[in-house]
Design a protein around this ligand. Structure first.
Ligand code: AMP
Length: 216
């Protein structure tokens, strides 16, 4: 199953991708998570990426293309993959096409999770993360104990790029550079729109209805 989860920041790609990857037994490949792990570990790549991420800008294409090329060739991708947060620009989409042709795993579906802008701002500015990968929300998805992760007991934090000014910049970058990929994949006949405004469970069910026929 070869899938891209597409949509603006805050659409719920990460939340859905985590569940879907478990459900269909394919790896969840989030370029944002890969970059944040590099920032935490203080690698050269992480230090370079942080400058862009903190401002809500995109990390340069050549960096992302290199990351995704290596990741898709790992053995756990043999039955497919679920990409989250990649591609975000036309050159990234073109590079992906080339990589996938080479490894013989062409994209089957691009799921476009659609959520209106004002709701995205509320979602992102209330989001709180745990370093174990869980995410919560101050209004929509509170942890049992304030400031503490239900799964691992870790301390919750706000991503630097979830602060309101950075969120607005991320949405502008999305509209200018990433949104045009909707037409790109729609023209290729593999784009499916998903209404991302319902509950996590509703959105999950909508996506499964689309993906079940692709299960091998
Ligand atoms: P995300 O967790 O997907 O919202 O990504 C967080 C940040 O990482 C983005 O705002 C970008 O700065 C950077 N990033 C993640 N994926 C990409 C990508 N495919 N291209 C460029 N920058 C990316």
């Amino acid at each position: 199953m070869n899938i891209v989860l597409f949509g603006p920041p805050g659409a719920g790609k990460g939340t859905q991708a985590k569940e879907l990857a478990k459900h269909y037994n394919i790896p969840h490949i989030s370029t944002g998570d890969i970059l944040r792990a590099n920032v935490r570990e203080g690698t050269k790549l992480g230090m370079k990426a942080k400058e862009y991420m903190d401002k809500g800008e995109l990390v340069p294409d050549e960096v992302l293309i290199g990351i995704i090329r290596d990741r898709l060739q790992q053995p756990d991708c043999k039955n497919g993959y679920m990409l989250d947060g990649y591609p975000r620009t036309l050159p990234q989409a073109e590079a992906l096409k080339e990589i996938l042709e080479k490894i013989g795993k062409p994209l089957e579906v691009v799921l476009n999770i659609d959520v209106p802008d004002d709701e995205l701002i509320d979602r992102l500015s209330g989001r709180r993360m745990c370093s174990c990968g869980e995410s919560y929300h101050l209004i929509f998805n509170l942890p049992l104990k304030e400031g503490t992760c239900d799964s691992c007991g870790g301390k919750l934090y706000q991503r630097d790029d979830d602060k309101e000014e950075v969120v607005r910049q991320r949405l502008e970058v999305y509209a200018a550079k990433t949104k045009p990929l909707i037409d790109y994949y729609s023209d290729r006949g593999i784009l499916v729109n998903i209404d991302g405004t319902g509950s996590v469970e509703d959105v999950f069910r909508q996506i499964c209805d689309v993906l079940d026929p692709y299960r091998k």
